[in-house]
Design a protein around this ligand. Sequence first.
Ligand SMILES: [Zn+2]
Length: 398
Amino acid sequence: MDKLPLKGSLKDAQLEVVEEAGIVHQDGIILEIGRFKDLCAKYSSSNFAIQLIESDVVALPGFVDPHTHLCWAGSRANDYSLRLQGVSYAEIASQGGGIWDTVTKTRMASDKELGELLISRVSRQLKNGITTCEVKSGYALNPEGESRLLEIIGSVNRECPIDLVSTCLAAHIKPKDFEGSQEAYLQMLIEELLPKVKKSKLSRRIDIFVDEGAFGVPEAENYLLAAKRLGFDLVVHGEQFTSGGASLAVRVGAKSVDHLEMIATEAIALLAASEVVAVALPGASIGLGCAFAPARKLLDAGCCLAIGSDWNPGSAPMGDLLVQTAILGAFEKLSMAEQLSAITFRAAHALNLADRGILKKGYLADFIAFPGRNYKEILYQQGMLKPNLIWKRGRQVS
Ligand SMILES: [Zn+2]
């Protein structure tokens, strides 16, 4: 993925493939990439251990999933069944389903239970080649509960080899048990939660859901600007059902705006002229049976496009980033270079991480290898070919 631009469309011919390659790494950082034989000769006098992979493999940077909601308890299988039978979201919610069901079960679950659920999900991510994964809070919806979820994400991050990047999504929706307006709920978060998240270093990122049924643009802008003053990176869930989220993200200088299924041409131009990363979430389109974000148009306009799994219990229960990327790629006619960029260095950029997503000197030694000699097999098999070897910070974990 070296020497590729952060923004705009890409052709597969731009991918640099090193045949018979080797990777030299030390203390979790890549020192050099080149021909295996040349590297062996160069480093033979130093104390490097040599590991020869006998079978044919294609090595890539470890994948980065820039958008998930993995810290939850319970299941929404019944909601899914009802939705398939044409029952509306409002009706499902009134029958006790919807996000409130997840909030109730997550609040009731113990730290241990939530930690174990999160470990099982991030372990599956790592097995699928994801070496960095963003995880949002957002299923407690009160200051104490949201802090607890961020603490659990932090402790799983310390325990597991995968890197987890936590994001505070206390502004997911206004909870049923908060008495007051949307504005009052956000004001309470500004006063009672954000300073604590900052002080205890629970997260460096603040996200908000801007859409019908969640939060409106004016109150979201006020919330995001308050978070910005505290030094947080900003993220917006926007343009899933209604417009306004993308221009808001540009105005407040967010790192990314995620979803974009409904984004209009004018807003695409705004995004392309900005530094905001456009994050497509095909898993939510598949889960809800809705249109995909216009990824082709976004790239042609010159946007930086990343792809996230949005793995969550409600709208995106599949949780397979590579399968979803391949499906979006097929429907939106994305080159393999564009698809792979969207889940490596461009996804890392959405998380404000400049040290991963490329196999290059000075970058993290996060790399994964798929069986075969041709990298095109990976997306051709539409995500069903899985990596057989995985290194995280230079340590082989699979
Ligand atoms: Zn989401």
